[in-house]
Ligand binder design. Sequence first.
Ligand code: PEP
Length: 267
Amino acid sequence: SVVRTPMIIGNWKMNLDHVQAGQWLLEYAGSNEGWVNRMEASNTMVNRTEIGVLPSFTSLLAIRDMARKTRMTSELYFGAQNVSELDAGAYTGDISAQMLAALDCRYVLVGHSEQRRYHPEDDDTIDQKVRVVLDAGMTPIICIGETKLGRDNGIGIDYALNQLVAAVRLLSAADMCKVIVAYEPVWSIGTGATPEPPVIESALADIRDFINATFGADVAEKVRILYGGSVKPDNASAIIRRYGIDGFLVGGASLDPRQFAKICHRV
Ligand code: PEP
């Protein structure tokens, strides 16, 4: 069976300008050094966690340059928080997938709940965004999750699954293998409230079941599914221990490089 590499992705949201981003990376590299050396010394066969951050567009270049300078390019990947679904042209203020690929972005977040809430983001643009990100050779991280209203009305996971149906409707099975899904209940983002670990486990199992039913067992076995919503160093171990959870999307706790490194070390 396929071993899925665990991953931790930090979503900085609208924080850290390009100077602060460079500083973050320096501090992260410092707090991480001993850990990486220990891992390498103890067992080279270890399935190392894939770690990445999602800075603002304006901080991407600084992160790329600082990662090169500190020789962190294979320790810490990066990507963007959003992308235009269009290729190029008269779309003032938008950023294309090609531009992000040119900056060496590995990931692009698609459909984060804050984009869905504050911008006219709908299922028709999200499926196109997933498409253009893949076409540009990057990895889409598709965010899904129910609101508090949805949960109170008993339509938690169905709501999230409907979002996933819409987001992946332009994809072949081969495309789907490259996608990452992040399950983030909206009521858990930035609130300090998380579902109980068994509830997270069962939500992610429902998502994998959907992928299995739609794209087949081989694909379902390969797709990484992350949990997001108020993950901190304190709760990371209890959640990751559950079955089928491939890692985390971390918002608030990723802004402090030491806190973020702590989460990474617990996975
Ligand atoms: C997020 O924004 O994707 C997120 C998970 O935020 P937080 O960790 O702050 O809840």
